[in-house]
Write a protein that binds this ligand. Structure first.
Ligand code: COA
Length: 387
């Protein structure tokens, strides 16, 4: 297996892109990545997407997008793992390139969620839960996460306001990211007074619906070493793990075992541990997910995610800065694109190209993309050259 590096990145701002079709969004992110990489062709394209079949009535995105971008004929396919589809595209590109079967690959995550009514979009999202045991009761992802959060508060004694720092940090960081869906900081009062969506999850606990696309080009590390025009970013670890779709089937519904497994595996591959991670692009689809991910990835003890946040350790100057460009909460969560946004942002931070959101001295970045309420979890560790 050969080592793999990220040669180029591209993204479109997350928003309500009613004037752009899915292929146009994907194309914009891809052309930006090609320009950034200073290349004009790749051998393969892997597309991460969750809902185009339901919301756009369009499947077969690999061939569609490769044709749209002028690369008709190349290897191309779609990969899907609900909200984890984006990072799965990177993982697929990495497997292809590291095996030597493909010499260069594009991974793009794309999703369009705002052309349909919120009811249609919410129903499509819910298909990633267990249809037999969860969807059949009409529960949504906000509802499922509300059940998990309520149980967590009961077990560990946290109050709703203890989760405020997750949202405040994400919105403060999103204010420094021109590609974020929301670019205004929020106060604790705004958090407390936000409208309730599914008790105890209020508007400020939930990531928004939005459209977006983000892309990266991966090539063998040896190739980049020769022609590096930008700081080299290596993919030092990549792992996928799974759990039951239905929350009630889990041994402990308050423990993201797939997040723990995939994090452990990327730490092993990169030969480092949580203490050496400089930033964590976390899957904060809901504030409870941020708390559970921090615990599963070894940044704090079980039940103590909110304490880490309350002590300021998740902010840009804390021990483990998370959601450095706004996270899912403020940058936005165009589901099948999200994992690629996380990777693109990690590369920006590692290259020192994160603008006002830049964190000093980032050498090791962890990204973690979660499908469903924890059923598929994809983790990556990206490092600056030499690490
Ligand atoms: N955080 C902060 N503000 C939000 C927001 C969010 N998550 N969602 C919407 N808003 C804002 C909008 O910008 C809008 O502001 P404006 O009035 O100043 O323009 C206002 O709130 C109303 O927006 P609207 O789109 O009508 O909200 P909504 O009530 O239809 O949707 C949620 C709100 C929380 C229900 C929706 O964002 C949602 O379903 N989120 C979860 C998505 C999800 O489940 N993803 C998958 C996770 S696994």
């Amino acid at each position: 297996m050969q080592e793999v590096a990220v040669l180029g990145i591209g993204q479109v701002p997350v928003g309500e892109h009613w004037d752009k079709r899915l292929v146009e969004l994907a194309g914009e992110a891809i052309f930006a990545a090609l320009e950034d990489a200073e290349v004009n062709k790749v051998e393969a394209l892997y597309v991460g997407n969750m809902m185009a079949g339901q919301l756009d009535k369009q499947t077969h995105l690999g061939a569609l997008i490769s044709d749209w971008i002028g690369f008709r004929g190349i290897e191309a396919m779609t990969v899907e793992a609900a909200c984890g589809s984006g990072a799965l595209a990177l993982r697929t590109a990495l497997i292809a390139v590291s095996s030597g079967l493909v010499s260069s690959a594009l991974a793009v995550g794309v999703e369009k969620m705002t052309d349909t009514s919120p009811q249609e979009t919410t129903a499509a999202l819910a298909t990633a839960a267990s249809a037999d045991w969860e969807g059949v009761h009409g529960i949504t992802f906000v509802g499922l996460n509300a059940l998990i959060m309520r149980r967590y508060m009961h077990e560990y004694g946290w109050k709703h306001e203890d989760f405020a720092p997750f949202s405040i940090n994400a919105h403060a960081n999103g204010a420094n990211n021109p590609n974020a869906r929301f670019q205004s900081p929020i106060s604790e009062e705004v958090y407390r007074k936000a409208v309730m969506v599914a008790d105890p999850i209020n508007l400020m606990d939930a990531s928004p619906i939005g459209d977006g696309a983000a892309a990266a080009i991966v090539v063998p590390l040896d190739l980049v070493k020769g022609l590096a025009h930008k700081p080299i970013v290596r993919i030092a670890g990549s792992a996928v793990a799974t759990d039951s779709l239905a929350v009630h089937d889990r041994h402990d519904p308050l423990w993201l075992s797939a997040a723990e497994k995939s994090a452990r595996e990327v730490y092993r591959q990169a030969n480092l541990g949580p203490d050496e991670v400089d930033i964590f692009e976390i899957h904060d689809a809901f504030s409870i997910m941020a708390a559970l991910s921090l615990e599963a990835c070894g940044f704090t003890d079980r039940g103590q995610g909110p304490r880490l946040a309350l002590e300021g350790e998740i902010t840009p100057t804390g021990r483990i800065p998370i959601a450095t460009m706004g996270g899912l909460k403020a940058r936005g969560h165009p589901v099948g694109a999200t994992g690629m946004y996380q990777v693109v942002e990690a590369v920006q931070q590692l290259r020192g190209e994160a603008g006002k959101a830049q964190i000093d001295g980032v050498k090791v970045a962890l990204t973690q993309n979660i499908g469903g309420s924890g059923a598929t979890v994809i983790s990556h560790i990206l490092t600056a050259a030499g690490i």
